[in-house]
Ligand binder design. Structure first.
Ligand SMILES: *[C@@H]1O[C@H](CO)[C@@H](O)[C@H](O)[C@H]1NC(C)=O
Ligand SMILES: *[C@@H]1O[C@H](CO)[C@@H](O)[C@H](O)[C@H]1NC(C)=O
Length: 488
């Protein structure tokens, strides 16, 4: 080795040393699009620094946009969308579980040497138009969109510096899906979030760490940390939806350190919300909002903000061609799911599985359009609302409330039409109204008749004639608004 080589070696050692003393990845964070350079809204007042301890992290106030937004769209999009069979767990079901259904599917459709990564070539997205997607989502009434930046298969929807040749620019669509979608979503004034699977079924670094009982952290240090930070610098997501955490403790994932960085020093520290999937046993205990189980809708008031992440195709998150018509939520069922979630302190994240062509199938678009129709009329009782003292009466009537300047509003959602009587009788609300209280039906112009029965123990609301309701375009669930005095 000559003198020059030694000099270069020392120099590169010094550079590496000084860079590795920061946790920030060595990437260019400047983005060409002006939308990314917009200063984040200062959501969190009295900003303080957080320690990498759950007690400190849990003391962070929830950025208010999230509790007001209520409705989001979830997208599962990846190489599994190209196979479109069974579910997004295809690779695992086929190779790890050796599930006969999947093994036979491969025998029927491919030659024996065909591997899962070979499917990436048919993940073409030739019809993908992010503006069209954003229009569909905005029309649905959704306020935010969360997409899989990387699912358990490891394929990233942007040219990750840590996923060479297993990303949407190097193979498949040859497009930066995250960039196109985040731009389009923000142009429609919705928030953009990313789902990120911590683990990967077949990543050798991960499997080796697992083999060493997670005493090694090669995968976390060289993949998860730098990649997550790269995504956050590039796309400034307002939601971090972590998943794939359950095999290893939060200490292995360095989750507390990551969240402290996210809340203290990341470019989205004032607006970002993170879920609860940060390590074995953390689910439903820590995080800005809890997801607990998939499709979590527990039916009773939750003290901590939660999110019901559910799927329009009841059996899969990713697109699948083997779905039957009865596997899809009807519009009425979807709207009821929204109401019963919001009433108990939840947000709802409604999942759509786009096709490998980059399109949203008509059945998903239909459900989203109906949801939008309903929310345009009834959204006053949804967006920005809070749970009321009571969340429901019986199984057909649900409540939310809003604080007003002079008087508060209670919203009553009737999810089964009272065809027999054309009236509803409620026991909960009579004691909260006064002489000034009026009842309105959202989307209907005239005041609604009501009366107290048995000195306030029951309150009866009379629906207008059903033909007038239908003519006004009201459907699926009917919302009454009652103004009540502020309680002092
Ligand atoms: C994408 O969709 C938008 C909205 O429908 C349309 O205006 C635009 O022309 C489309 N872009 C392409 C490349 O087709
Ligand atoms: C409400 O729903 C629950 C759970 O589905 C059921 O057990 C109960 O009987 C229902 N109550 C009424 C009054 O219909």
């Amino acid at each position: 080795m000559n003198f020059l080589e030694i000099l270069i070696l020392i120099f590169s050692f010094l550079i590496n040393f000084s860079l590795s003393s920061f946790n920030i990845p060595q990437i260019v964070t400047q983005n060409d699009n002006s939308i990314f350079n917009k200063k984040p809204i200062k959501e969190i007042k009295n900003f303080k620094r957080y320690e990498p301890e759950w007690e400190s992290l849990d003391s962070r106030p929830l950025p208010s946009w999230y509790d007001d937004a209520k409705v989001g769209i979830f997208l599962h999009f990846g190489v599994y969308s190209a196979i479109s069979y069974g579910s997004e767990w295809f690779w695992n079901s086929w190779i790890n579980d050796k599930n006969p259904d999947y093994v036979n599917f491969m025998k029927r459709t491919q030659n024996p040497s065909f591997t899962y990564p070979d499917f990436a070539a048919s993940f073409t997205c030739e019809l993908f138009n992010a503006t069209e997607w954003a229009e569909i989502f905005a029309d649905s009434g959704a306020q935010y969109v969360v997409i899989t930046s990387k699912h358990h298969e490891g394929f990233t929807l942007y040219p990750s510096s840590y996923s060479f040749n297993w990303n949407s620019v190097d193979v498949g669509p040859n497009r930066n899906i995250l960039k196109e979608l985040s731009d389009a979503v923000r142009k429609k004034s919705m928030k953009f979030g990313i789902y990120y699977s911590l683990y990967e079924w077949f990543n050798r670094m991960y499997l080796d760490d697992k083999f060493h009982a997670f005493f090694k952290q090669t995968y976390v240090n060289n993949k998860v940390w730098p990649e997550l930070q790269e995504i956050i610098h590039l796309f400034k997501p307002e939601v971090i939806w972590s998943d794939g955490e359950w095999e290893a403790p939060d200490g292995y994932w360095k989750s507390k350190e990551f969240l402290a960085w996210l809340y203290n020093d990341s470019p989205v520290k004032e607006t970002v919300v993170a879920n609860d999937r940060w390590g074995m046993g953390i689910l439903c205990k820590h995080g800005d909002f809890y997801t607990c189980t998939d499709r979590y809708n527990p039916g009773v008031l939750q003290e901590h903000k939660f999110e019901n992440a559910m799927t329009i195709d009841k059996k899969s998150w990713g697109h699948r061609s083997d779905a039957k018509i009865e596997d899809f939520y009807t519009s009425e069922e979807l709207i009821k799911e929204i109401i019963t979630t919001i009433a108990i302190n939840g947000n709802i994240l409604i999942n759509v599985g786009p096709t490998k062509h980059g399109t949203i199938e008509a059945i998903f678009a239909d459900r989203l359009r109906d949801m939008g129709k309903w929310l345009r009329i009834n959204g006053k009782g949804i967006y920005g609302s809070r749970p009321w003292k009571y969340q429901k009466e019986g199984n057909s009537t649900w409540f939310t409330m809003k604080n007003g300047e002079e008087r508060d509003s209670v919203f009553i959602f009737v999810i089964d039409y009272p065809y027999d009587t054309n009236t509803i009788v409620l026991k909960t609300i009579g004691n909260y109204i006064d002489d000034k209280s009026k009842v309105k039906l959202l989307g209907y112009d005239e005041d609604i008749e009501f009366q107290l029965i048995d000195s306030k123990s029951a309150f009866e609301i009379k629906f207008p004639e059903k033909r007038f309701i239908d003519k006004a375009g009201l459907f699926a669930a009917w919302t009454f608004e009652i103004d009540i005095p502020k309680k002092n």
